[in-house]
Design a protein around this ligand. Structure first.
Ligand SMILES: [Mg+2]
Length: 235
């Protein structure tokens, strides 16, 4: 199968924004009169704003289902994170070069992020809008990662078969979303380890990544599946 598109996660994959989320989520917990445990923070890597806010509220002993309060705290978190993003949004090593290589090869590309549009737009000032044909944000899909909806939507917008796409992800949540949508995933873990599993290839990071290697990720996985099918048919 021919590689048709590369679907990029943003936070933790292209930019080291999870470090900034560490700060803003801890600030939200403090703002609400509590603290956020390391385990809970780890669980929230790659999560939606809504889930993050509800989880922080529960952690500090506030009602996680209070719609008005979740909304207000979500605004607070968004504004706090926006300031951090605008101030300093560092690239992950090799990310800019990998984006450029995929762009130069003429492949279709999408940014697929759980981050809301208004914050993604701040990040895109640093990353560069020209790297992506389409961008799908957390507040533009019926369900966020680990639901398959964001990756399905990206493939739809690009007009490509999602099974001919390679997603690039750093988190277990994002990897689950892309696999559930039918994509093959190049996993470049940042803060949290991603367990091995179906339709994923692990790589240490993005440094030195080539388009040929992305093609191999898709081909290698398809070959493994065909091989598995052949062996299954033989029994
Ligand atoms: Mg991520």
């Amino acid at each position: 199968m021919e590689l048709e598109a590369v679907l990029w996660d943003m936070d933790g994959t292209l930019v080291d924004s999870e470090r900034l989320w560490d700060v803003s989520l801890a600030d939200l917990a403090a703002h609400l009169g509590g603290t956020l445990s390391a385990a809970t923070r780890e669980d929230l890597v790659g999560s939606s704003l809504r889930r993050s806010v509800s989880t922080v509220r529960a952690e500090v002993g506030l009602d996680p289902a209070d719609e008005a309060a979740v909304h207000a705290d979500g605004r607070w978190l968004l504004e706090r994170t926006k300031v951090l993003f605008a101030d300093d949004l560092p690239w992950r090593p090799g990310a800019r070069e990998a984006l450029a290589a995929v762009r130069d090869a003429g492949l279709a590309t999408a940014l697929v992020t759980s981050t809301y549009r208004e914050l993604t737009d701040v990040a895109l000032d640093t990353i560069g809008r020209g790297f992506f044909d389409v961008t799908v944000c957390g507040d533009e899909v019926p369900a966020t990662k680990p639901d398959p909806a964001p990756y399905r939507r990206a493939a739809e917008l690009l007009g490509v078969d999602v099974t001919a796409c390679v997603a690039v992800e750093d988190s277990p949540t994002g990897t689950r979303s892309a696999v559930a949508a039918g994509a093959t995933v190049l996993v470049v873990p940042s803060e949290v380890a991603v367990p091995p599993g179906e339709r994923r290839v692990l790589r240490e990071g993005l440094v030195g990544l080539t388009v040929d290697e992305l093609r191999m990720v898709l081909l290698g996985d398809a070959a493994a599946r065909d091989d598995h099918r052949t062996r299954a048919d033989a029994h």
